[in-house]
Ligand binder design. Structure first.
Ligand code: ADP
Ligand code: MG
Length: 697
């Protein structure tokens, strides 16, 4: 296998190399020019590419094609059409035209539109994103596309991402010119998402209605062993998991995904896969493919892959670390501290822009990770906290401090340096001083945004990071382009910016209560749950940000807000209804049957020997009966609550689901979990946490 890796890598991708081989010189050049200049393809070029794609796909065994797109559900969508076209004598030939390649019209009326389609046109269309390569999956040629309404409104997650990438490039190039760089044509955000997941045996999964319907366990008492011993993290990988990982890698490599690192995570049955970073557009596509493949390959191994943020209470949840940096088309990473004063000045300018942006748009960044599953992680004594802050590490924070205070910076144990943009110390590239509790950490030459949930599309957070950075760079460029003395203006700008936004920098332990108090003093937002965070989504500054940079129109952005609120309400509603169903049809009947058995034991003992002591059984019966009562009362309360959802704004509805419905769900769970630990295994209707978490032998 190992010798074959370079051969299979990208073998299912119609990539640049394949295009170079299979297209005429004129067509290939035409495609390249279109990409470089962001222009639409001519029909002639599209026809030639379509035909070459079809021939290539058929050679690889494909029979169908699909416009593969990313609607606002956060997962991908596809509708498959075969290449067949009828000809004479009841025969068919395989055909695929440029028109079909470039544009599709899915009957997309069932995708969430947040009201966009109702206001504009009823249908949507898909259009090929020629910057992303087509690939073959399950016998279909998949064409990565954007999805828009006829009114031109983006109905997907890819269109705004592409817009944000372009805008960031435009603004960053302005800055590069100011530093005398006339070569750079484009600046491209780079993303490496580390994906966490759980694997459980299919046989236990199939017995859990909650896992099947909601992706997480709604019940489950703490097992005798969880992650206390830390014996799973980076532990040796079990053969069954290793076989799964090997097949997953191979499937991903075929699709050109740069799968690189794999290891066991902290919780039992939890694992991680990290790819090598790539441009943000490809990284988003690839992360979607990775999640899809994780699930598909698990099925072939008799397992189920859980991507939910918190499948199990009491053990770690799953997140996705979004490693983000920006680099030029000439290969410079703009977050890499340089070795010359001028490079360091540039680095500090980009750093200052990032710090300012995160401080100013902290609510927006929080919103991009506000999904119901993430509420069980963020701010719930688990990594990372819900308050946005930036970790810089001691060295860089020392540099920032000395710039702010105009003091000397002493490199640890080394010479003293005068701070000023011309005389910066060399900043160590490999900042190994990792702070795992920080939501946004500088790790040497990139920022790691650690708040993302494992199940979510990474588009939203990256759209926000790109656009925020574009905004700050545009402000900086406006000032610096007008300056008479560039060096002086730069010094001033960096110092003023760092001084004004220092409050967002925090190097300490983000789990401590002291930080919550300190953050409040600093005036930082603490939006602990989705329902609260989303209330800040449509803040005027956010709407203006996206409008100004052409990433979202006001309507498009409002539509996203509506979809996020709706999704939250629907998820909690499904969870609550699933709970009621499980309690009434499984848990309560099981406990009753067990009580009957215990009562039968009492009767049998007394009948056999009247003087036998039955106090143990009686005590158990009393406890069972007491918890059953609490359970059924809470369950009734939950049913009533579900039936009384207020008909106000979506924000009010979400608030109700969080603070009324969800609060009662916790009571229901507490009673059921208390019953689980005193009910005989023989009667309990579901596999226990121990059985699920250790289901892979
Ligand atoms: P960790 O210790 O957090 O696991 P790694 O060094 O393994 O960190 O990197 C994690 C991810 O960050 C990988 O996907 C890697 O490709 C990505 N990464 C590394 N450098 C950059 C960069 N300059 N920009 C974006 N992502 C990067
Ligand atoms: Mg990491």
């Amino acid at each position: 296998m190992s010798s074959k890796v370079p051969e299979i890598f990208g073998s299912m991708v119609f990539n640049e190399e394949v295009m170079r081989q299979r297209l005429s010189g004129a067509c290939y050049q035409g495609w390249k020019t279109c990409i470089e200049e962001g222009k639409p393809l001519t029909l002639e070029i599209a026809n030639e590419i379509a035909n070459a794609m079809k021939d290539w796909a058929i050679e690889k065994g494909a029979t169908h094609y699909t416009h593969w797109f990313q609607p606002m559900t956060g997962v991908t969508a596809e509708k498959h059409d075969s290449f067949i076209t009828p000809i004479e004598n009841g025969k068919v030939m395989m055909q695929f035209s440029g028109k079909e390649l470039v544009r599709g019209e899915p009957d997309a009326s069932s995708f969430p539109s947040g009201g966009l389609r109702a206001t504009f046109e009823a249908r949507g269309y898909t259009a090929w994103d020629p910057t992303a390569f087509a690939f073959i999956k399950d016998g279909s040629l998949c064409i990565p596309t954007v999805f828009c309404s006829y009114g031109g409104h983006a109905l997907d997650k890819k269109t705004p991402l592409l817009r944000s990438i372009d805008e960031l490039s435009r603004q960053a190039v302005r800055i590069m010119r100011l530093f005398g760089d006339s070569n750079v044509k484009r600046v491209i955000p780079q993303v490496g998402p580390e994906q966490e997941y759980f694997l459980v045996d299919k046989s236990v999964y199939d017995q859990r209605e909650d896992l099947i319907l909601t992706g997480r366990t709604l019940f489950g008492a703490k097992p005798p062993k969880g992650q206390e011993l830390d014996d799973h993290y980076f532990g040796s990988i079990k053969p069954r998991i290793a076989a799964y990982m090997a097949e997953l890698d191979e499937e991903l490599w075929k699709l050109g995904v740069l799968a690189r690192t794999k290891h066991n995570e902290v919780a039992p049955s939890q694992h991680e896969l990290a790819p090598i970073y790539t441009d943000a557009n490809t990284a988003c596509d690839h992360n979607q493919l990775t999640m899809e493949m994780m699930k598909k390959v698990a099925g072939r191994h008799g397992m189920v892959c859980l991507l939910h943020e918190k499948p199990f209470a009491g053990v770690n949840g799953s997140g996705k670390h979004n490693n983000w940096s920006i680099s030029t088309d000439t290969g410079l990473n703009l977050f890499k501290p340089g070795s010359t004063p001028s490079q360091n000045a540039r680095f500090l300018l980009f750093l200052a822009a990032f710090i300012k942006g995160v401080d100013e748009y902290q609510e927006l960044l929080r919103c991009t990770v506000a999904i119901p599953g993430n509420d069980h992680r963020l701010g719930a004594q688990e990594a990372p906290p819900a308050i946005i802050s930036i970790f810089l590490g001691d060295e860089l924070e020392g540099v920032v401090e000395s710039i702010i205070h105009g003091t000397k910076y002493v490199e640890q144990g080394k010479r003293q340096l005068n701070i000023g943009v011309d005389s910066l110390p060399q900043i160590p590239q490999d900042n190994t001083d990792r702070n795992r509790t920080s939501p946004l950490a500088f790790t040497g030459n990139k920022f790691e945004f650690r708040m993302l949930g494992s199940s979510q599309s990474i588009s939203g957070p990256n759209i926000a990071l790109n656009t925020i950075m574009a905004e700050e760079l545009s402000q900086f460029a406006d000032v610096l382009e007008k300056a008479d003395d560039f060096g002086e203006a730069l010094n001033k700008l960096i110092k003023e910016t760092l001084t004004a936004h220092q409050r967002i920098i925090f190097n300490g332990n983000g789990y401590e209560d002291a930080w919550v108090k300190e953050a409040e003093k600093r005036g930082l937002a603490n939006l602990s749950c989705t329902a609260d965070a989303l209330k800040t989504y449509l803040l005027p500054k956010n709407v203006e940000l996206f409008e100004k940079h052409g990433v979202y129109t006001k309507e498009e952005f409002a539509a996203r807000s509506e979809i996020h609120f709706e999704n939250y309400c629907k998820v909690i509603s499904i969870e609550a209804n699933t709970m009621v169903d499980m309690v009434k049809r499984d848990i309560y009947p099981a406990v009753c049957a067990f009580m009957k058995e215990v009562a039968g034991t009492v009767a049998a003992k007394k009948a056999a020997l009247a003087e036998l002591d039955c106090s143990t059984e009686e005590k158990l019966l009393r406890t069972l009966s007491g918890y059953s009562r609490s359970l059924m009362e809470a369950c009734e309360e939950l049913e009533n609550a579900i039936g009384q959802v207020p008909s106000g704004s979506l924000a009010e509805e979400a608030h109700y689901y969080r603070y009324t419905v969800f609060a009662i769900m916790e009571k229901v769970r507490a009673a059921a979990d208390a019953l689980e630990v005193i009910t005989s295994n023989k009667f309990w209707p579901y596999p226990s946490y121990a059985e699920i978490l250790f289901s892979i032998k």
